[in-house]
Write a protein that binds this ligand. Sequence first.
Ligand code: NAD
Ligand code: MG
Length: 390
Amino acid sequence: MSGAHKKSLAVLGATGSIGHSVLDLVARYDDRYEVVLLTGHQQVAELAELALKFRPRHVVLTGDAGFADLEARLGDSGAHLHHGMDALLACLDETPDLTINGISGIAGLLPSLRVLESGGALGLANKESLVAAGALLVEASAQHGGVILPTDSEHNAIFQVWSAQHAAAIKSITLTASGGPFLNTPLTDFAHLTADAALRHPKWQMGRKISIDSATMMNKGLEVIEACVLFDVPIEAVDVVVHPQAVVHGLVHYADGSVLAQLGAADMRVPLSYVLAWPERLPWCADGLDVLALSRLDFLPVDEARFPAVELARGAWRQGGVAPCVLNAANEVAVEAFLKGKIGFLDIIASIEHTLSAMSLGGNVDLEAVLGAHDEATATARAWIEQKGS
Ligand code: NAD
Ligand code: MG
């Protein structure tokens, strides 16, 4: 990876947790990467600070408020400043060598599609776009020569130990789950769990939405679907085990009895460095993993009575059509309502179940259908939440 050519890099959602981890790595290797585009939704001061540090050609603020502030902060910087999602999509037409999509929620879908339609490489942390419209993303990459690099830690682990040469001998894959903050909390306490408690993840520092998803384990439900899309495996071949130490991230089981796994610290810079350097590796991690410090590694089944989200997601995938999109949309609405204190912890899953049962889920899955189903599911889940609160 050395030499004169720097990889041009777009970081979408630069102000978030994924963005922070990517840019931490990039800052160590300014001889290898040239940041050409940074985007953020709301945190104008932080976005401006990143722009002054990394000097991208384009900076996009996607949220409604704060553009004048961004102009005031970056007016003299020489960067082209843009406002809104359409402007972000237009910037992607310059096709950077690599785009990292660290936007949270369905807002990541159109940027993901645009990168793949322009034949670019996409480090896809934004799992919601894979869940809502996986087939569309895979089709776009196949048609236009784009590449999706699995970036979620478990999927990146599978990607690292997936031998294309022996693909026919792959029997199944296992995704690990740390179990989140409520792994050992009795079900009788679940109705009273607060957002503050749910945001305190024992292993991973992440954005608010994915932290709540980890607490309900819907994160793992979304990841099962994500795995089916990324690796084209049947859902029966995707297992989930709880692994509280969060050291082993993913395993591939081969038909000859060998199981290959990837281990690493619970630090997104490990998978992100693989994505940044792929197909090479970035020698950023001087300390590595101290195997002797691992006193034990536990693996447990998911307690489905307390964490029904994984089965709910499996059901949505089996149902097909727009069901995964509806599951994702209802979850986004419910997580937001829970974070605002409008509903209880158990209501998150209840509102998704209601939304799935209230909608018709079949039919063609083109972009229009996905966006329509997302909007309808959003309205349905919101109505359920309003009626619950009244
Ligand atoms: P975050 O909330 O910390 O950051 C989200 C980023 O997206 C911010 O830059 C925000 O400005 C931007 N954003 C928010 N809403 C937007 C919108 N409507 N339009 C455009 N941009 C918007 O979230 P995160 O934890 O960094 O997670 C980002 C994505 O990566 C999620 O899909 C998450 O599931 C996935 N992911 C995160 C981690 C992690 O460790 N944080 C691990 C695996 C996967
Ligand atoms: Mg993950």
